[in-house]
Write a protein that binds this ligand. Sequence first.
Ligand code: TRP
Length: 450
Amino acid sequence: MNKRSEFSSRFGFVMAAAGSAIGLGNIWGFPTQTAENGGGAFVFVYLILTFCLAYPVLMAELVIGRHGRTHIMGSLRAVAGGPVSRKLATFVAAYALVCISLILCFYSIVAGWMVTYFLQPIMELAGQQAAAQWLVDFATPRNVIAALAFLALTVAVISRGVQDGIEAWSSKLMPFMIVLIVALILYVAMQDGAGDGLKAYLMPDFSQVLKPELIINALGQAFFSLSLGAGTMMIYGSYVSRKENIVTLGAYVTAMDVGIAVLAGLLIIPAMYVAQHNGIAIFTEAGNLISGDQLVFTVLPALFDSLGAASIPLSITFFLLMSIAALTSSISMLEVPVAFISEHEKLSFSRTQAAIAVALLVAVAIIIVLLNFEALFGAVISFTTEISQPLIGLMFCLYAGWSWDRSKKLAEIREGFEGVEQSIFWKIWPEYVRYVCPLLVLIVYVQSLR
Ligand code: TRP
């Protein structure tokens, strides 16, 4: 049997997993949610939920994955206690595979837009006005072509494998992305009006902290942002060497994900107030900050336009940043079904064949969604992120907390972390994924269904 791939270094893993976690969810979702949910109050609740709920779930996925060292169905079955929980593991893994493929479907659509907005100013510079306009006009042919092109890029990276594909690309793109975001923050901070944005972002309106809406949104955001509840982190965990301290690695990834989300808020919210200062409307009629696609594809381009000579480099930089963030995330989505197919005992697909096969299915889903945009786009997003991810994440906790024998769990974490038994992590985490995480997820879940 071939030796299974691993990430070559700690840095490689952290870049890959942080690359997965850091995506449109951080740079767009997080600032948007913050704007919608009372500014700093949302940031506050989000931080608490990330460390208290999302990090333990992340650890559950990483540890189960590293223990199983195979596709997610195999890993989950390996920690199942008896025949019933093994059967259920098959079902949960299958659900996760469908869920992650659908996430890849809507994510490719959005990422495709980022790429078109990145190309538009370049076309303008090249004097191709008509093409530039085509790129930013919302129309089905453009949407389909952009999403499929982005998906093809994802396939190209994934078919190169764990080290030469995922790790190599993430290790190069992530540092570059951080440079881009910091440069943009500094530029925006120097514009008139940015200070007001900073205030709106950082001053918590504590009266909002206990609103169920806010808590539900913050939990959804925390799960989505750390790529939880869909098998991504389980499969990445399966490529981590037993020499590494997985507890620390998980903490690095969480910290980077949160750090970039907070940085993105420092970029987007002040940028909106600069836009307002330049005469662009940033509030809806109801008095809330404009969010969602309007924010990224209307307010920000209008802001860039209002900045004169800086406009073209700014929009190229911003949408390049978005495209990179999206790519290092989309590869982590595609990897889940690709690993399943190419490592499945009964199938004999190479990695590339598996990547193409999955991509064809996802491409069909993309076309169906785009042809029925109004009816399906939002529905796919809420089915995957609001309903499925928390449910699957809950199941992962139950496997990590209940099915998996405590001493075997300890033995797995001890690899690469000698002193684990004396650590605070081991004093808290096992009980935590057993009781606290499932209960919290359940409470929020039931709330959100009402
Ligand atoms: N976390 C990424 C973001 O913030 C998206 C992502 C990557 C994801 N892999 C995932 C979301 C798996 C859910 C499940 O944009």
